[in-house]
Design a binder for this molecule. Structure first.
Ligand code: MRU
Length: 361
């Protein structure tokens, strides 16, 4: 995606690997939109912490980060013993897996790298294959997101007013994004669109990240408070909803996405507004039987009780916004049952939730 910098417009990926120094580079997302900065992670433990602390976030981006992290851990191994290397790989895998539970891309990314490594016969080959596979996983995601953009754009009419929730944009993936790719394609193809951006409490991925991304692409938008979407839907100001997902159940089409998605889907149906979910294949879980089985991450109550921002002098600060003695609850995701979803936009076309299973075949 294009980033407007003071030296002109530059193209960036959200995460990439410098194999010469075995270092993973990524955009430091908690600092956006006030500061654009790149962080370097020098070993797999630092990479795992970056996922846990949401320096990188968004299903696709953490999937690619975990894939690179597994390769990074493999390259860190200094010995020449195959059994010892695989024990080490299991440790790296578990460390990365225990960072965030809901987005299945994280597991799918690492499983892909592991399956490709199994084609090797020596420590040297395992290392080469791991990095090659991580790179391929990231590149494939970029290609898939472009295709999601092509299919999704066909659903967007000239003049459409679109609601999105959280950030399933370029920053939630390696490039392009899932929910935003159709919008970027529509804009670049000359369609006039307007985006309502849910601010997305408590971490404000909509207000901070999606709004910033849309600005980079010069797409007209307004940030709205999370509880304002129903008002605009009822007043006929929203034509369609497009969101991303952290895990979609392949057998049913149930969707786990950022907390608040479920209520937007129910409101959309009540108001006769189409509700689309955009995903690459790595977001599909073919194993679980229903959305009720998806593990939902509970995060620190401080994310609800405090907010980060900058003051008038540009200094980044955290301030308390809640009553001092009160506690908070903070589920990071919810599950929208398939019945509320009009279509799932994938790299292979747009499917009804109960048609997804066709893709498995
Ligand atoms: O907690 P996050 O920021 O990692 O959550 C992910 C999200 O931004 C959303 O749920 C998004 O809509 C799907 S990620 C492609």
């Amino acid at each position: 995606m294009r980033v407007k910098t003071k030296d002109g417009v530059r193209d960036y990926r959200t995460v990439w690997f410098d194999e010469k120094i075995n270092s993973l580079k990524m955009i430091n997302q908690p600092l956006l939109p006030h500061r654009f900065d790149i962080v370097s992670l020098e070993n797999y433990k630092e990479t795992a912490s970056a996922i846990k602390n949401m320096v990188v976030r968004g299903a696709g981006a953490i999937g690619a980060t975990a894939a690179y992290g597994l390769a990074q851990g493999c390259l860190e191994y200094k010995g020449n013993d195959i059994d010892e290397l695989w024990k080490h790989i299991e440790k790296v895998y578990e460390t990365l897996k225990n960072t965030r539970p809901t987005a299945v891309d994280l597991i799918n990314g690492m499983n892909y790298v592991k399956s490709k490594m199994e084609e090797g016969n020596s420590v040297r080959e395992f290392k080469e294959l791991s990095l090659e596979a991580a790179q391929k996983f990231a590149d494939k995601q970029v290609e898939e997101c472009k295709k999601i953009g092509n299919y999704g754009e066909k659903l967007i009419k000239d003049g459409s007013r679109i609601l999105t929730h959280c950030n399933a944009g370029w920053l939630a993936f390696v490039d392009w994004g899932s929910a935003t790719a159709p919008m970027y394609h529509a804009k670049r193809n000359g369609k006039d669109i307007f985006v309502f951006v849910d601010e997305t409490r408590p971490r404000l991925q909509g207000a901070r990240l999606t709004a910033w991304e849309l600005s980079q692409e010069s797409i007209e938008h307004d940030i709205i408070a999370d509880n304002a979407a129903g008002y605009y839907m009822k007043n006929d100001e929203i034509d369609m909803v497009i969101v991303g997902a952290d895990r979609v159940i392949g057998k049913t089409g149930d969707v786990a996405n950022k907390i608040g998605t479920y209520e937007k889907a129910v409101l959309a149906r009540e108001n006769g507004i189409p509700f689309y979910v955009a995903i690459p294949m790595s977001t599909i879980d073919w194993n679980l039987k229903s959305g009720d089985e998806i593990p939902i991450e509970e995060r620190d109550e401080k994310e609800v009780l405090y907010v980060w921002g900058i003051d008038d002098n540009g200094n980044r600060k955290r301030v308390m916004i809640a009553n001092k003695d009160s506690h908070a609850r903070n589920p990071a995701f919810d599950v929208t049952p398939a019945e509320y979803i009009t279509g799932i936009i994938t790299s292979k076309g747009v499917f009804k939730p109960d048609e997804l299973i066709e893709l498995k075949k």
